[in-house]
Design a protein around this ligand. Structure first.
Ligand code: ATP
Ligand code: MG
Length: 262
């Protein structure tokens, strides 16, 4: 359903070259992979390996230097129709739930942003109040929360609200960038259970960026290892321990040790 083809991304770096001027620092090297419909792909990699950059390419925010993203066989970059189709089909949930919601908006307005996207696409006006209450219930929040402001919610509740906003536009794919990483362990499990349930109920496809191995084994079907901007391994979660790649192995080891120490 989603295809990454030879994506290369570079940014201008601060370093200057006397002859060539600004040197560009390449962050993604020839990244290719597929995401099957209805599956969850985990993207694992150490800090700075290019995960969020890859996420930005995926959600249409960053045009790659080279390569293409295909959604249902249609190119996302280089055509208006492709971008629009992506915006209609994909939602994003970020790590920083405290800044990804406008503090001056009430919960109902924040979820309303997602509903608006759907209204524009489908041309019908759903009953906002009823829809918001249903969405809140779906993510395990009481409907009365719709009049609250973001600062009146806990971290876990806020992240649930962000998930409600993401599903409000009825996407087919949701991209999560470290979406559960800043929650405590217990809340992480609760939110991941919610994500699993929603995936079944709404027939969703997930791309799940994380540095947390437990959440990958809990939620994902496949996992992609990113090391210094290159894909070093792409395998199913059942085979995660059998990786032949030295970097993936090292990363696994370090994560396992860290989790045991916790
Ligand atoms: N807009 C930008 N301009 C210049 N360099 C950038 C830009 N965005 C990212 N980078 C660089 O690209 C590299 C990869 O960054 P990225 O945010 O994708 O890493 P990450 O894997 O998400 O890391 P983390 O796990 O810490 O979130 C980093 O070296 C970063 O400094
Ligand atoms: Mg990141």
């Amino acid at each position: 359903m989603l295809e990454f083809q030879n994506i290369c991304v570079s940014f201008p770096s601060e370093r200057q070259d006397r002859i060539f001027g600004k040197i560009r620092q390449q962050v993604l090297f020839d990244v290719s992979f597929n995401v099957r419909k209805g599956s969850c792909l985990g993207i694992l990699g150490e800090s700075g390996s290019g995960k969020s950059t890859l996420g930005r390419v995926l959600c249409g925010l960053l045009k790659p230097d080279r390569g293409q993203v295909l959604l249902d066989g249609k190119p996302v970059y280089g055509s208006r129709a492709g971008k629009r189709s992506l915006q209609n089909k994909l939602s994003v949930v970020f790590q920083d739930y405290t800044t990804s919601a406008n503090p001056r908006f009430r919960v109902k307005d924040i979820i309303g942003e997602g509903l608006k996207v759907r209204e524009r696409r489908e041309g019908e006006k759903p009953d906002r109040e009823k829809e918001t209450a249903a969405l809140l219930r779906m993510v395990g929040l009481p409907p009365e929360f719709s009049d609250r402001f973001p600062h009146e919610l806990s971290g876990g509740q806020l992240q649930r609200m962000c998930i409600a906003r993401a599903v409000a536009c009825r996407p087919q794919i949701i991209l999560f960038d470290e979406a559960v990483s800043s929650l405590d362990a217990h809340t992480q499990v609760q939110v991941m259970d919610l994500l699993r349930e929603l995936k079944e109920k709404l027939d969703l496809t997930y791309v799940f960026i994380t540095h947390n191995l437990t959440s990958v084994t809990y939620l994902c079907d496949d996992v992609l290892f990113l090391y210094q901007g290159k894909v070093t391994e792409h395998l199913s979660v059942e085979n995660i321990g059998r990786t032949a790649d030295p970097y993936a192995g090292k990363l696994l080891e370090s994560i396992v040790m860290f989790e045991e120490a916790k």
